[in-house]
Design a protein around this ligand. Structure first.
Ligand SMILES: [Zn+2]
Length: 277
């Protein structure tokens, strides 16, 4: 029954997002599939966490249009997310929802799910809000090197603060909504422990987001548009229609895989920290 309700809810949200141009057709199918697993197996707590990421990231990608003018071509895709982006951002989270089906008594699927979403939420908030930073970003691998806004691997004070906020929102919700009888469940008599858990998920999310920037600065596939004389993630064609040339990074490691790695790194961090506390 819950699986059927999850399917209907996922289908409805994917359809609305498609109509609002937040998702293209392949993205809508991917979102319906991912949503069915997460809503259908997890339930409403899992749904709220996923929707917090999905709704805030869709809204933020539309906000501050003026400040983002001319930046769109730097990012490999526009506002309409496709299947690759949906699986890149939600694939690891869906995997942990599936784990919850096989290990319903274990806390770890919820921790992993929350950490995966905290990481992609941190990364999205940093990308979308980082453009508001008054100064251009600096390379994460070389903080003395100033780069153009929107460059992969570039970080700024504002973007880092945005990633902290994006991660903390998921961390806070993850602890508030933790399933009962769960090691993460909120309990006023264990407020201290609860705070530690919020910090744990938040830290995992920031770690994932920083790892994303690190990959962007080092091994992510980067291309060059000879017509615009610009570095871009776009391949094979730039926004102007010109064929882009590979200049650095692993050709298979596109933005979707980097997002996937971002959430996976968040999960690994959360599991390591869970072991510590
Ligand atoms: Zn071009």
């Amino acid at each position: 029954m819950q699986l059927l309700l999850g399917f209907i809810l996922a289908l409805l949200i994917a359809y609305l997002a498609y109509r609002a141009h937040s998702l293209n057709k392949s993205g809508a199918y991917a979102a319906a599939f991912t949503g069915t697993i997460i809503f259908g197996i997890g339930g409403w707590e899992w749904a709220i966490l996923l929707l917090t990421f999905f709704i805030t990231s869709s809204a933020l990608s539309r906000a501050f249009k003026k400040q983002k003018q001319g930046l769109d071509e730097k990012f490999s895709k526009g506002h309409e997310r496709d299947a690759g982006q949906v699986f890149g951002n939600g694939g690891v989270a869906a995997l942990f929802a599936a784990l919850h089906f096989f290990y319903p008594e274990s806390t770890l699927p919820w921790v992993g799910f929350a950490a995966a979403l905290a990481a992609v939420n941190a990364d999205t908030w940093a990308t979308e809000l980082g453009v508001l930073n008054p100064h251009p970003p600096r390379m994460i691998t070389n903080l003395t090197k100033v780069v153009e806004k929107g460059t992969s691997g570039g970080i700024s004070l504002f973007g880092t603060f945005a990633s902290l906020l994006g991660s903390a929102v998921i961390g806070l919700l993850a602890v508030l909504l933790a399933p009962a009888d769960n090691a993460l469940s909120t309990n006023y008599f264990h407020l201290h422990r609860t705070q530690v858990q919020v910090l744990l998920i938040t830290a995992a999310g920031i770690a994932g987001s920083l790892f994303d920037s690190f990959l962007g600065a080092t091994v992510q596939a980067m291309y060059f548009c000879p017509k615009d004389n610009k570095e871009t993630e776009k391949h094979p064609l730039h926004t102007c229609g010109t064929q882009t040339i590979h200049i650095r990074g692993w050709t298979w490691l596109d933005n979707d895989w980097v997002n996937f790695a971002c959430s996976a790194f968040g999960v690994i961090t959360s599991l390591l920290l869970t072991g510590l506390f």
